[in-house]
Design a protein around this ligand. Structure first.
Ligand SMILES: C=CC1=C(C)c2cc3[nH]c(cc4nc(cc5[nH]c(cc1n2)c(C)c5CCC(=O)O)C(CCC(=O)O)=C4C)c(C)c3C=C
Ligand SMILES: [Fe+2]
Ligand SMILES: [Fe+2]
Length: 334
């Protein structure tokens, strides 16, 4: 029997510093997130990052936490329930880090008699630190604990017209009663090195601005290409004109170069250049989370207003939008 596993990133169990520390430890010790040799990663994560970051992150999580829990988890649970109502196949939810784990999700499906699992990583664009790490871990768990299960997955859907329509319509609807000067498409960043590592041709991605527009088999796994392509498709769908939109990358961690331009700098530059009313869309995230609600919705807004902007609109993610539920159900049932 077929079953579905929706997989998102995950959140700490609570906003207590100890829970945030445990979650960050699991997240950042993933070799596809901090991709240094093991001992260096251990030193960076345990010796440096986990000494200071958990307290700072816990304070940020406290600002966005809901009574029901982490927004990312609650919104993912709502999505799972709505999708379940649209299909006869069992639909489970799992998180790559923290709870509910991928192992628990596979077990839930296994106990319901599922033999064929369709995994849906809830990331529109492929990245080593998101889609790939989910697939690698699920494969390992399947071999070890569920040898009779068969796993398949839906690849990154950044250019699927059904998805672009849902995203485009949600932006249009949210901004319909608002006056805006510019729309910023802000994607979660990754270190530039990750783009080179994921280049299956080992020679295409130069991160010089042109490679992502030149057709290549590398694009199947190029996060940067897929981000720019998402912007391009939404721009086309919404009929935006040159100068009305821009793409940038947020959430940089550490000193290595990450994908640029950086969102925080872009927001400040816009305000200095006279943009008064800014809308920010965050299409790397299906569900609103710390990075959209706090980093963009709070910090980004403050930066913009301090630099002279007047109106700031953080456009919600597609979350459990009914049209998005219909698209997922269609992909599952086809
Ligand atoms: C598109 C999705 C994401 C990519 C790519 C990604 C890469 C990535 N992230 C970090 C470090 C952190 N990310 C954190 C939070 C966070 N990241 C994503 C998504 C992607 N990350 C989400 C949805 C969230 C929010 C989770 C939530 O509970 O709401 C954090 C934790 C918060 C903090 O301390 O800032 C860290 C750390 C790296 C190093 C990385 C690239 C390889
Ligand atoms: Fe992240
Ligand atoms: Fe590229």
């Amino acid at each position: 029997m077929k079953g579905v596993l929706l997989v998102n990133l995950g959140s700490p169990d609570s906003t207590e510093t100890k829970d945030v520390k445990r979650y960050l430890g699991e997240f950042l010790m993933d070799e596809r997130v901090i991709d240094t040799p093991y001992l260096l990663r251990l030193f960076l994560v345990r010796g440096i990052i986990l000494n200071t970051r958990p307290k700072k992150s816990a304070a940020a999580y406290k600002k966005i936490w809901w009574d029901e829990g982490s927004p990312l988890i609650v919104l993912s649970e709502r999505l799972q329930k709505k999708v379940q109502a649209k299909t006869e196949f069992p639909v489970a939810l799992a998180m790559r880090y923290g709870n509910p784990s991928i192992k628990a999700g596979l077990k839930e499906l296994h106990d319901k008699g599922v033999t064929d699992v369709l995994m849906i990583p809830l990331y529109p664009q492929f990245a080593m630190a998101t889609t790939e790490t989910i697939l690698v871990l699920a494969d390992k768990l399947q071999k070890k604990f569920f040898p009779k299960m068969r796993l398949t997955h839906i690849p990154a859907f950044y250019n699927k017209q059904e998805y672009i329509k849902v995203l485009g319509d949600s932006i249009k609807e949210y901004l319909s009663d608002k006056d805006w000067d510019k729309i910023l498409f802000s994607y979660h960043g990754v270190p530039e090195r990750h783009i080179r590592k994921s280049d299956i041709t080992q020679e295409h991605c130069k991160i010089d601005g042109s490679c992502c527009n030149t057709p290549s088999p590398a694009h199947e796994f190029c996060y940067r290409h897929q981000c720019y392509e998402t912007t391009k498709q939404v721009v086309k769908y919404l009929d935006l004109k040159e100068g009305q939109y821009f793409t940038s990358f947020q959430s940089r961690l550490g000193r290595d170069p990450w994908l640029q331009p950086y969102t925080d700098q872009t927001i400040e530059d816009f305000a200095h250049d006279g943009v008064k009313k800014l809308a920010v869309v965050t299409p790397a995230f299906v569900s609103d989370c710390l990075e959209t609600l706090e980093e963009i919705g709070m910090e980004g807004r403050d930066e913009f207003v301090e630099a002279g902007g007047t109106d700031f609109y953080a456009v919600p993610c597609i979350n459990d939008n009914d049209d998005w539920v219909d698209v997922l159900a269609q992909w599952i049932n086809e």
